[in-house]
Design a protein around this ligand. Structure first.
Ligand code: GLC
Length: 468
């Protein structure tokens, strides 16, 4: 199929099966901000915005990758930390040689091996975040910086190779709206986010050239643009160029060229209509409460930040239990989870993040059959006796009822489930089938004693005809 540079044409692109099947990807935020690795200690961003509004959040931004902006917006904790640690004359750009030096130590296969081990099916790396520093040695680096504002090593290319060698897909993030090397106006309000998108003709050309270079050199399986795109750019032309080069690639929804009509919080943004064409939407620190027709991908850090933040401790990170339940909930509603890792400048993945990833991976090693390659069922949520929430997924043969808790041994009833004759029910990870009976609209099962786990999967074959 050849795509033409119009929305009408690119809208014919269908979300490929691999992206529906993948469910779990790793996002990586790595850049100059990884050198200080610092943001004020606080709560999740959606909560900060809901509780205190956007301006207070920007002065206390929990996202460590926003370090440069938080430095600029006023007498912030970040500015005080910066001066105390590096002195008053140390500029943000002085982190560039430090980053370049630190990444010499990095071994891309260590990352790829870890991501493969924990069950991730794809990886998305920040090729350029809002700061403007490039993670690949581009032909074009920022004209507003002396020298090359890019890594010496080709971090994008090396990680792409390592990830593909381990049979995962590789995607690229690019900040196509904000580039603080072109526009250093601080972002203080939500309006400023779109309002400071660089609109100059030279930036339109620069961002387009970068996306094309990334497509030509690395053929990413995901184009993950952030914030928006300059109004004068021809977005469908870029989309057609991409689909013609990578027909089974996917494009996210953050290409908005016009400002939002009104201020919104994170939950509202998740439900707001997106641009004319995208393969999937990208709720951030937000989720959906039901199955949506449109494919979506939730993204968040394991803690409150995407970039590494040295101030975060165990209580700031999702526990393994929360992570597992978050993933299961998202998958039951037609989403993927793009879970972010914030490495240190030298590529070290902080121990707490590694531990959470491995915990999720251990659960997936037993229960992955109920996640990967599945589709939502007719309903996402159900209820088991004892107040245990249930999430459903299905594949061609079976229905999976995932219990978000560990029930006691003995009888358990799942509401509104009508099995067919000859049905087998088993718990993933155990071989013996369970005794089950249908009691009007409830399915009653006899459970063995189960070791505590974040969730347990009941595999029901064949699938019940429908939920009541
Ligand atoms: C954002 C942020 C950011 C992060 C991201 C990931 O809107 O500005 O720092 O990269 O989206 O979803």
């Amino acid at each position: 199929m050849n795509f033409e540079p119009t929305y009408e044409s690119v809208a014919r692109h269908r979300v490929p099966d691999w992206f529906h099947d993948a469910k779990f990807g790793i996002f990586i935020h790595w850049g100059l901000y990884s050198v200080p690795g610092w943001a004020p200690h606080g709560a999740d961003i959606d909560k900060q915005v809901a509780d205190k509004g956007w301006e207070a959040m920007f002065a206390n931004n929990p996202y460590a990758e926003w370090y440069l902006n938080t430095l600029r917006v006023g007498d912030t904790a970040t500015r005080r930390h910066h001066i105390a640690t590096y002195g008053p004359n140390f500029s943000y750009d002085d982190f560039a040689p430090m980053f370049n030096q630190a990444v010499e130590k990095w071994n891309p296969d260590d990352w790829a091996a870890l991501f493969q081990k924990v069950g991730a099916r794809y990886v998305v790396l920040t090729s350029k975040h809002h700061e403007g520093f490039l993670l690949w040695p581009s032909k074009r680096t920022s004209p507003h910086k002396a020298g090359s504002y890019a890594t010496r090593r080709d971090l994008v290319g090396e990680l792409t190779d390592a990830v593909r060698r381990r049979n995962m897909r590789m995607g690229l993030y690019y900040s196509g709206g904000l580039d603080w090397s072109f526009n250093d106006t601080p972002v203080r309000t939500q309006k400023d986010v779109h309002g400071t998108i660089v609109q100059s003709p030279d930036f339109v050309e620069y961002a387009n050239a970068h996306w094309r270079e990334l497509i030509d050199c690395y053929a990413p399986s995901v184009l993950w643009n952030d914030i928006g795109y300059p109004a004068a750019a021809n977005v469908p032309e870029l989309f057609a160029y991409y689909y013609n080069a990578v027909p089974d690639g996917v494009i996210n929804d953050r290409w908005r060229q016009q400002p939002q009509e009104r201020e919104m919080n994170f939950a509202e943004m998740a439900d707001a209509p997106t641009i004319e064409h995208c393969d999937f939407t990208t709720p951030e620190y937000a989720t959906h409460d039901r199955i949506t027709e449109k494919k979506w991908e939730a993204c968040r850090g394991i803690g409150h930040s995407f970039g590494y933040n040295q101030n975060e401790g165990p209580d700031d990170y999702l526990s393994v239990e929360e992570l597992v339940r978050t993933l299961v909930d998202i998958v039951s509603k037609n989403g993927n989870l793009l879970l972010d890792v914030g490495p240190m400048a030298d590529g070290t993945i902080p121990e707490l993040q590694r531990e959470r990833l491995l915990g999720l991976g251990a659960w997936l090693a037993v229960n992955g059959e109920a996640i990967f390659g599945t589709r939502p069922w007719v309903t996402a949520q159900g209820q088991a006796s004892g107040g245990i929430p249930v999430r459903f997924t299905q594949n061609d043969e079976s229905l999976y009822a995932i219990l978000l808790g560990t029930p006691e041994a003995g009888l358990i009833a799942i509401e509104q489930l009508q099995i067919r004759e000859g049905t087998t029910v088993s718990v993933l990870g155990r071989s013996e089938p369970l005794a089950c009976t249908q009691e009007s609209s409830r399915l009653v099962l006899s459970l063995p004693s189960l070791a505590a786990a974040p969730a347990h999967t009941l595999k029901i074959t064949p699938k019940p005809q429908q939920a009541f």
